[in-house]
Write a protein that binds this ligand. Sequence first.
Ligand SMILES: [Zn+2]
Length: 82
Amino acid sequence: MASKNTNRKRKEKRAEVRAFIRARDGDNCLWCGKPMLFPEEGVNLSPEELRQMATIEHHLAKLQKKGDNIDYLALTHQKCNL
Ligand SMILES: [Zn+2]
């Protein structure tokens, strides 16, 4: 199915971007400066762990109107990315 394929590609792309930013910026949250969790795909997390998980923050990209330019993306906790 085409849509399923697209979803998987998008997921892989996201993991790639996350790995890139992690290598560049390290394991700490942009907003609170504390370490984030980087679980493997498909691992079952508790709600508390989910909140500690690293997620891609587009805030800076939006502010600068740079779209998805990776230079303006950062990682934050799920709970800090509001
Ligand atoms: Zn945080």
